[in-house]
Design a protein around this ligand. Structure first.
Ligand code: UFG
Length: 320
């Protein structure tokens, strides 16, 4: 059985939907930001907190857990600057509690959701896993701290882990049953689609004077189902014992500017967006584009869905 912590959230719920086809799954989620109805009905759901030892022990003592996948983190850069305690408490301290209980029950396979935010403002056009990690906000630091803890736990306690550094997760499940549903919503693609549906008056483009071709920020958008499949490839490698301590980028390797994303949303929906050119949002790097060659070479995973498919799937879901 696989424990998915945070399996009611956006990325966790998409992973669970794929994983239940292959493994028995138990989801632990406190529903702080997740949605119970997003959890596939084939998974066992336990409402509880990863920082609560009793909640964790109730699962590890009851189910034969082979591996843990950990999606339960706060992930808003701006909020992390305003309230770093919230980020270090949940993303670092509570993760440490989870790891400690895992070791107590001799569960030694762990997959960790990390982020492009660990790189800060990268020097490279295409970011490699070996690029310098130098996060510029508490969110990115909280994720990098856990990465460092995992390396130490591998050396000291024989914990086996895979760290997956996501670039910009987007899109929705092909079934149309689950999708991106944050409150408040801060992510670009759902904001554009909500505007095109008439649920918002306008879209602000944060910064038009970046050193990019059209002056807006460039990101590497990756479909959430591609992310889910990368987790399954990582899990298989851990369970087979072919990988024991690895870090992989997960992206498409293609960058799109904010303006290009808006244009693609207009093309997919056949509607015209109401765009306001605004000031930069603090903490946004100009360009974040991943090389995902390492995971392709080692585990055979690559992203299969491009920006148009990402937006089409998100639009199907938002329309529901
Ligand atoms: N943007 C706008 N207007 C909006 C919302 C976003 O112009 O209303 C722009 C942002 O400035 C950015 C791009 O669209 O240039 C993408 O923004 P998102 O908020 O969708 O995503 P981020 O790139 O900020 O965030 C992602 C991950 C974070 C991670 C971060 C690293 O979601 O977890 O990359 O920088 F920390």
């Amino acid at each position: 059985m696989i424990l998915v912590v945070g399996g009611a959230g956006y990325i966790g719920s998409h992973l669970v939907k794929e994983l239940v086809e292959k493994e028995e799954v138990v989801v632990l989620d406190n529903l702080a930001t997740g949605h119970e109805e997003a959890i596939d009905s084939r998974a066992v759901f336990v409402k509880g907190d990863l920082g609560n030892v009793e909640d964790l022990e109730s699962i590890f003592s009851k189910y034969p857990i082979k591996a843990v996948m950990h999606f339960a983190a706060y992930s808003l850069v701006g909020e992390s600057v305003q309230d770093p305690y919230k980020y270090y408490e949940n993303n670092v301290a509570n993760t440490l509690t989870l790891l400690n209980v895992m070791l107590k029950y001799n569960v030694k396979n762990f997959i960790f959701s990390s982020t492009a935010a660990t790189y800060g403002i990268p020097k490279e056009e295409i970011i490699l896993e070996s690029s310098l990690t130098s996060p510029i906000n508490p969110y990115g630091r909280s994720k990098l701290m856990v990465e460092q803890i995992l390396a130490d736990f591998h050396a000291a306690y024989g914990l086996h882990y895979v760290v997956l550094r996501y670039f910009n997760a987007a899109g929705a499940h092909a079934s149309g049953e689950i999708g991106e549903n944050h409150d408040p919503e801060t992510h670009l693609i759902p904001i554009i689609l909500k505007q095109l549906l008439g649920e918002r008056d306008s879209i602000s483009v944060f910064g038009t004077d970046y050193p990019t071709e059209d002056g807006t920020c460039i990101r590497d958008y990756i479909h959430v189902t591609d992310l889910a499949n990368a987790h399954i490839a990582a899990l298989e490698a851990l369970l087979k014992g072919t990988k024991a301590a690895e870090t992989y980028n997960l992206g498409n390797g293609v960058g799109y500017s904010v303006k290009q994303v808006i244009e693609m949303c207009e093309k997919v929906t056949g509607r015209k967006a109401n765009v306001i050119l605004s000031e930069r949002r603090p903490g946004d790097p100009a360009r974040l584009v991943a090389s995902s060659d390492k995971i392709y070479n080692e585990l055979g995973w690559k992203a299969e869905r491009g920006l148009e498919t990402i937006i089409q799937s998100a639009w199907n879901w938002h329309n529901k």
